[in-house]
Design a protein around this ligand. Structure first.
Ligand SMILES: [Zn+2]
Length: 107
């Protein structure tokens, strides 16, 4: 009989693996972007399998489409746009995917 791991354990394990991959990926991102991308994609797979979300501090720094880490300015472009609502666009220079973050005005 196979004992299934509890949900908590499954999530803790996945988080640990994601953290390790994330740290390693950041370290090699500048020298070996291809390797870093593959590690980011692996981390995404782990998150999906464990049915957890990538922490926002990670997901904000990667390209959703290709997994490029936004560390160096050669990898991404940030622009503030002001049509309709003020937002920041982050463009991935590798695949061209655009992400938008709404800017909330401070009262
Ligand atoms: Zn991309």
């Amino acid at each position: 009989m196979v004992r299934r791991k509890s949900r908590k354990m499954r999530e803790a394990l996945a988080k640990e693996r994601i953290e390790i991959l994330w740290e390693q990926a950041q370290e090699v991102a500048l020298e070996k972007p291809k390797l870093a991308r593959s590690w980011v994609i692996t981390a995404k797979h782990i998150a999906r399998k464990a049915r957890i979300k990538l922490p926002s501090r990670i997901s904000r720094k990667i390209c959703r489409n290709c997994g490029t880490i936004f560390l160096h300015e050669r990898d991404f472009r940030v622009r503030i746009r002001n049509n309709r609502a003020t937002h920041v666009t982050v463009t991935c220079k590798h695949c061209g995917t655009i992400r938008r973050f709404l800017v909330k005005r401070q009262a």
